[in-house]
Write a protein that binds this ligand. Structure first.
Ligand SMILES: NC(=O)c1ccc[n+]([C@@H]2O[C@H](COP(=O)([O-])OP(=O)(O)OC[C@H]3O[C@@H](n4cnc5c(N)ncnc54)[C@H](O)[C@@H]3O)[C@@H](O)[C@H]2O)c1
Length: 377
């Protein structure tokens, strides 16, 4: 069963960029998605893609800066799909680069109307509809500029900051109404800097970066000590278990092989239970056989923990073997040249790499890399 089967979602500004991608993902996870946008043609194109891929979606023309449109979007979701469970208030516009003394007042009003008022209008009609449907979740799209200021961007920075405050109020008012499956609503709006402070993501680098004077368990403990987390013993044991290093807790990094050291650094990233693991070429320096082994271990770990993992690699077979989605990037300038949804099964023995399906995906990745390569070196 997919994660959002029988759920109904609204995504504002779903006609392009982040909103379009969220719409596709929600539909792929089983939700019926109302893709709204001020540009109806753009929303319709995203809907056509979703429907062609077997999903359920409808386009709806909505200017989020008008409260009547937000009310109508919610009514449309309820009329077409019977309820509303999920809302992503994503529509947003940029602002002109002007200092405050020179700021164009019409531009200030325009940006605030979409980036702040639009989200309030959305919530005003979405939240009661979600309570009626038995709860679920709202995501408001802020920005790193929701917690950091930059010069010459007053309207956007102020609106995104205010949006963080609005999100906090919505969470206080609605999250307390029971669990999210029994009337409560999760209200999210985390910026990258908040995610960093809350350690919502863990890193694994190319080098294991373990302190040689600390044992494996003490290396795994380090982020927990820095964060002042309780139940350290249990967390250390669980994450060392997950990477199959039980029995090596008291060893020092230099007493372990390169592959085992890398597993210890994965355990360290798992110890504080981050939602997202960022892995930057973690197996690049290892020999082929150890790399094969760690690749299949990582797939098992992924199945056990259900963490989202963003994994950077220069190896085409590694990318195809590990991924559900492969984003192909060109060097200088770094641009996305292709996004490939993998249709390989979740169970992947190593010899899947010799199947025609695998080779077809690998060939497409290679084409994407070639298209973005300048061959200047
Ligand atoms: N792209 C980034 O790097 C980035 C960084 C931080 C935050 N964000 C935020 O993420 C959100 C999406 O950004 P994006 O880069 O995908 O933008 P985008 O410009 O690619 O897409 C925005 C979509 O919103 C639609 N839209 C604009 N005004 C609207 C309105 N009044 N009513 C309804 N739809 C409207 C546009 O037609 C467009 O389809 C925005 O809120 C943005 O502030 C983006």
């Amino acid at each position: 069963m997919a994660r959002f089967d029988s759920k109904v979602a609204i995504v504002t500004g779903g006609g392009s960029g982040i909103g379009a991608e969220i719409s596709r993902e929600l539909a792929a996870e089983g939700a019926s998605v109302v893709v709204t946008d001020i540009n109806l043609d753009a929303a319709q194109r995203v809907v056509d893609e979703i429907v062609a891929a077997g999903g359920v979606a409808s386009a709806f023309e909505q200017n989020t800066a008008k409260w009547e449109d937000s009310e109508a979007a919610v009514a449309f979701a309820q009329k077409n799909y019977g309820a509303l469970h999920l809302a992503v208030n994503n529509a947003g516009i940029g602002a002109p680069a002007q200092t405050i003394g020179d700021y164009d007042i019409a531009a200030w009003d325009r940006v605030r109307a979409v980036d702040l008022d639009g989200v309030f209008y959305g919530l005003k009609f979405q939240l009661p509809a979600m309570v009626a449907a038995g709860g679920r979740a709202v995501v408001n799209m802020s920005s790193v500029l929701g917690s950091v200021g930059i010069a010459q961007n007053a309207a956007y920075v102020a609106s995104k900051h205010a949006l963080v405050g609005l999100t906090k109020v919505a969470a206080l008012e609605y999250a307390a109404q029971g669990s999210r499956d029994s009337g409560g609503i999760t209200v999210n709006g985390m910026s990258p800097s908040e995610a960093r402070v809350k350690r919502s993501y863990g890193y694994v680098f190319q080098a294991p970066a373990l302190y040689p004077w600390r044992t494996i368990e003490k290396n795994v403990a380090l982020p927990l000590e820095i964060m002042g987390l309780a139940d350290r013993e249990a967390r250390i044991k669980r994450s060392i278990d997950l990477v199959n290093l039980t029995g090596f807790e008291k060893k020092y990094p230099w007493q372990l092989s390169g592959g085992m050291q890398q597993r210890a650094s994965i355990a360290r990233a798992l110890a504080f239970d981050a939602d997202l693991l960022l892995m930057d070429e973690p197996f690049g320096a290892l020999d082929e056989i150890v790399r094969d082994h760690l690749n299949s271990e990582l797939l098992k770990l992924w199945a056990r923990t259900e963490k989202t993992i963003a994994f950077v690699t220069h190896s085409i077979p590694e990318a195809v073997y590990l991924s559900t989605k492969i984003v192909v990037m060109s060097p200088r300038p770094g641009r996305v040249t292709d996004i490939i949804e993998s249709d390989l099964p979740a169970e992947r023995p190593l010899d899947i790499r010799e199947t025609p399906e695998f080779l077809r995906l690998a060939a497409r990745v290679r084409d994407g890399l070639r298209a973005g390569h300048s061959y200047e070196e």
